[in-house]
Design a protein around this ligand. Structure first.
Ligand code: SF4
Ligand code: FE
Length: 487
């Protein structure tokens, strides 16, 4: 297993094509816009060595019997699914942000299950290929980007009807030694600091979309792969490397990029789906459920930090003992624990699939994620309520240290006597960073937008059995008519 520092070192000297703010970035590892979220990903590596966390951060490989980083593990029991959530919560609380590595982990598990089913039904041989790739990932302790979201162009049209067929990633050539793909994957969390990109289809596909039904793995610096790094709220503050960044060590969210595949060659041994359109939907649903399982873990950990930051800010400004502040902190904690309950429940209710790997309860996983799209906003609202308006109007750290105006900033932003004004500044920046902008949008749309969860909840909620229960109690259906009526 790699340590966090070994992971960071392993990202150097790659031939990555990375662009940001109109410039080619030669070395993302040392760039202040990339370094915080790389450090957050590194925490998933260090966790495996931490005396308090090694049981969560590592696992025994079902392929080799060796100890591996848990972020490369195939879940072997409901207990493994529960440990995943506990690991994510601990890391969310430690980093206060997205540590990115779960996406590739979920891709490996979803492909492990789906390739097995596909081979059984179609007589293909994708599962052994995936297992070989997994061995490599576990041996080298690699970080993978699970790349699902296509640009999608006109959302009312399927892939084959798009004006530009490349708006969904597709196969443009089938060769004796592999395939050639063209297209892009958008919003890719942690892509720039992943070793491998695992591409999957973005939605269910029909028979005319066979060329878009493709899954494969490719090194993030393979020829023809270009990463265009996205902007985030206040991202230029990172270049100053001051406390104005808020979470200066780990960043706001995971560092998202558009990955462009410009006629990229994929050898057959790394192709996990090639035209089996009827398995695109099941792969998407399996991956999405695994990723939605996570959010009551990582976001509850992030919420823990917001609760702490709001409580400390209240102490700094003398409002900590007010009953309404205690009430709001209690509500915030209750919502965080409710999210966590959902993730633990969908894990504890996990079941074994024919491949042997365990899968979460998808109805509970989707319900958990839908709660995240609401509760994280409410937790932020209460944190901002407790902190007060200064978290949005605070002058910069440079002003605080300025030879002329610094004394005024220190004087007029002081809170409770004896608390250094710098401490109040730092806590305000942390709250601003965590409760505004990108972090909230990530809670809404990461792991799929709310409507995607609603579709799966409606489909899996077994409405018919609920209608039947109501009819039985109302004495409408046949079954209830046979039952003696008690008055
Ligand atoms: Fe992992 Fe949460 Fe980031 Fe998704 S949002 S990659 S589950 S930390
Ligand atoms: Fe996410």
């Amino acid at each position: 297993m790699k340590t966090g520092l070994q992971y960071i070192d392993s990202l150097r000297d790659r031939k990555m094509e990375v662009y940001y703010l109109g410039e080619r970035i030669e070395d993302p590892v040392e760039h202040l816009s990339f370094r915080p979220h790389i450090q957050a990903a590194a925490a998933t590596y260090d966790m495996a060595f931490h005396p308090d966390w090694e049981d969560l951060g590592s696992a025994v490989s079902c392929l080799t019997g060796e100890r591996i980083n848990r972020f490369t593990h195939i879940h072997q029991s409901a207990g493994d699914l529960v440990k995943k959530v506990k690991a994510l919560r601990a890391l969310g609380c430690y980093t206060g942000t997205c540590f990115q590595r779960c996406v590739g982990w979920d891709a490996l598990n979803a492909l492990y299950i789906t390739t097995y089913d596909m081979d059984q039904k179609k007589g293909t041989s994708y599962h052994p290929r995936l297992v070989e790739f997994l061995r490599y990932v576990q041996r080298e302790d690699l970080m993978c980007d699970g790349a699902m979201t296509d640009p999608k162009g006109d959302r009312s049209l399927p892939p084959h009807k798009q004006a530009d067929p490349d708006l969904y990633l597709r196969i443009v050539e089938r060769r004796a030694d592999g395939i050639v793909v063209r297209g892009a994957k958008a919003h890719q969390t942690g892509a720039v600091n992943s070793h491998e990109v695992i591409a999957m289809p973005t939605t269910a596909m029909g028979p005319n979309d066979a060329d878009w039904s493709v899954s494969f793995a490719i090194p993030a610096d393979a020829p023809g792969v270009t990463h265009i790094f996205g902007r985030q709220t206040n991202d230029t503050r990172r270049l100053e490397n001051t406390a104005d960044c808020g979470n200066y060590r780990f960043g706001i969210v995971g560092g998202e990029a558009l990955i462009v595949f410009d006629d990229v060659f994929i050898p057959w041994e790394r192709v996990f789906m090639c035209g089996e359109h009827e398995f695109a939907g099941p792969l998407v649903e399996t991956f999405a459920s695994f990723h939605r399982q996570n959010y009551g873990g990582c976001k509850a950990g992030v919420a823990d930090v917001m609760v702490g930051a709001a409580a400390v800010t209240a102490e700094y400004q003398g409002t900590a003992s007010a009953s309404h502040v205690r009430d709001k902190l209690t509500e915030m904690m209750q919502m965080a624990e409710t999210l966590y309950c959902g993730s633990i429940a969908c894990s504890a209710e996990g079941t074994q699939t024919p491949s042997g790997a365990y899968f979460v309860n998808p109805l509970l996983a989707n319900s958990t994620k839908l709660n995240v799209t609401r509760f994280m906003y409410e937790i932020s609202r209460l944190a901002q309520d407790i902190a007060g308006g200064f978290i949005a109007t605070l002058p910069s750290e440079k002003d605080l240290r300025h030879p002329t105006v610094g004394k005024y900033v220190k004087k007029y932003f002081a809170g409770v006597a004896g608390i250094p004004v710098e401490d109040r500044f730092r806590m305000a920046r942390l709250l601003e960073n965590m409760s505004c902008g990108a972090a909230m949008v990530e809670a809404m749309h990461g792991a799929g937008s709310p409507q995607a969860q609603k579709i799966m909840i409606y489909r899996q909620g077994n409405l018919e059995s609920k209608k039947k229960a109501a009819k039985r109690l109302a004495g409408i259906d046949d079954e209830s008519k046979d039952t003696p009526q008690v008055r």
